[in-house]
Design a protein around this ligand. Sequence first.
Ligand code: C2E
Ligand code: SIN
Ligand code: SIN
Ligand code: FE
Ligand code: FE
Length: 428
Amino acid sequence: MSVNPASQRSESGSKEAHDDADHCTKILQVMERLSQIKDVQALLAEVLLHARRLTRADAGSMYLIENNVLNFSYIQNDTLFGASEVNRYLYSSHTVAIDNHSLSGYVALTGKPLLIDDAYHLPPGMPFTFNDSFDRLSGYRTQSILAVPLVTSHNKTVGVMQILNPLNDDRQTSTFTPGDLLLLKHFADNAAAAIERAMMTREIIMRMIQMCELRDPKETGLHANRVGAYAAEVYHQWSLKQGIADDEIKRNKDSLRIAAMLHDLGKVAISDLILRKPDKLNSEEFRIMQYHTIHGARLFRNQESDLDVLSAEIALNHHEKWDGTGYPGKIDDIYQDQLRFGQGKRGEEIPIAARIVALADVYDALVSPRAYKDAWSETTTLSYIKDQSGKLFDPEVVHAFLAIYDVITAIRGKYPEESSPSSPATSS
Ligand code: C2E
Ligand code: SIN
Ligand code: SIN
Ligand code: FE
Ligand code: FE
């Protein structure tokens, strides 16, 4: 099969598409220069862990301000969860109004830190009450709380960090000290700048995905967000099984989430006539569509960072199949003009990141409605995935996926397809 890029360009709409592709490359280059890209979730994990180490806190959570509410964004709890059980909680969507009714709302509103010795006996004069719903659901007993706002150097509050229950040498719960408060405040101020930068980067990536890939004002990048999160969590599970070291898992998971979000960026070079066709594609159209893998890989051609390399690898290989029947197959030089698809890569010839994204992408495409198809039911989708283990998909990847299916479901809940009215603010 062969497509001459020049003949593609004569097709209606693809001149704009080509310009879009140039814009994308430029935006990507600027992004690379502006910041060492860091995923928000990975950064929050690091910040919270260090804050808790400084103060010996047993647990903690982070809220980020998005759309003028506090969005529950991260949790750690040594007593309740081990390393992998926590993941389901990370994707719970739970918001808190920025007002006096809750502890974290108060901290965000006033910009003042709070030190509380016993959550169940608040000092007199506090305008808020302690919301014990987490304790009731989990059986945890919150006692001492230290909450600080995350304020940047230009006085913008980006969120709230709360840590709970410092442990003494005998691992008994004690109370935070004014010294802990100063330490945490200082630490939070430094972290705020990095968190703000990561949130801005995520925002730019989401806009780029909207502009480049989808060209549809209704599309908010939900598919990209879900595929990124599924892929990161499946990788986490898969790599624990492989005995990969913790810090390596963390590093790869961070990049994988971002790179997986960009898996279909090459669709920018596909004309709207094909991309937005409300029906089945004919074979000629599908052939052109398949080139989104090549276009995507070419977008990351500068290969300056590990993220570029990974993004190119995923874009190129996410439609390869475990049994060797996928596309675009082995190609000597993806930059040549007259390019032919090669013999399908098979098994471990396909990079692991792409094997994972392949499953994440197909799962999401099946359970979501598309212009050209209805959503499949969960049961049908899961039996299809099991049936395709060893054919379309790497069996070990399917295994990891099914092992964390509760996390997968939580992610779907966090980025739902229909924009349901946001749930009423609850307090923390
Ligand atoms: P996508 O919508 O993100 O779908 C990703 C992959 O999910 C597809 O890769 C395919 O492996 C799987 N998939 C999606 N829908 C179905 C389905 O109804 N049945 C089955 N068995 N698998 C499904 P594929 O086939 O290589 O397609 C790549 C991209 O091409 C799709 O990305 C989509 O954007 C486009 N596309 C594919 N077929 C059609 C079509 O009939 N009409 C239109 N308008 N676009 C299509
Ligand atoms: C957040 O809400 O900022 C963390 C969750 C995510 O990255 O989507
Ligand atoms: C895609 O086909 O990959 C994007 C369209 C969607 O998110 O529904
Ligand atoms: Fe794709
Ligand atoms: Fe996709």
